[in-house]
Design a protein around this ligand. Structure first.
Ligand code: HEC
Length: 153
């Protein structure tokens, strides 16, 4: 009994230590970091896509809806980056290793997108559909540019 509880204690200690080794990020484990960045990208993509549908004339233009989607997308655009923590390059992910080997480029691509998305949110509030279309295009280019270099198909 005693040796069993010692063994248990040993296991708990080992679990605690490995837990600590993984807890360098606020996510606890790599899987959560991956889910976090994918979720932010997913929500951003959904709302950006809704604006795209309006820009292409597939959905009727509603000023409030577009402004809301752009505001959500702009908020989401700030979130994915912390999910690309060190040690989260393996698993259920489309992240390319270049994210970590060419981190400066990845960061600057991310910042460009955030800036364009923030502009889109501003323009969307104004209600000028032609300006929204133009800014949607400019923002979309920043997605593509990063995906081309840093995201597996
Ligand atoms: C700085 C780089 C970068 C920028 C900019 C970027 N993405 Fe991504 N995106 C990625 C990477 C890397 C992944 C893969 C993440 C993974 O699988 O861990 C991804 C994944 C996604 C996904 C899939 C999410 C899922 O469900 O797994 C969507 C959707 C997406 N991005 C949309 C967008 C849109 C829309 C934009 C522009 C408004 C954009 N991204 C801008 C790097 C970027």
């Amino acid at each position: 009994m005693r040796s069993l509880s010692k063994a248990c204690l040993g296991l708990i200690l080992v679990a605690g230590l490995t837990g600590a080794a993984h807890a360098q990020t606020p996510f606890g484990k790599a899987e959560n970091a991956i889910k976090y960045r994918q979720s932010a990208m997913f929500i951003m993509g959904q709302h950006f896509g809704r604006i795209g549908a309006v820009a292409k004339g597939e959905r009727p233009y509603n000023k409030d809806e577009v402004a809301r989607s752009a505001a959500i997308a702009a908020e989401m655009s700030k979130l994915p980056w912390e999910g690309f923590a060190a040690g989260t390059d393996k698993g259920e992910t489309h992240a390319k290793p270049e994210i970590w080997t060419d981190a400066a480029k990845f960061k600057s691509d991310g910042e460009k997108m955030e800036q364009e998305m923030a502009k889109l949110a501003e323009v969307a509030k104004g209600g000028d559909l032609a300006a929204i279309k133009t800014q949607f295009g400019a923002t979309g280019k920043t997605c593509k540019s990063c995906h081309d270099d840093f995201k597996k198909k």
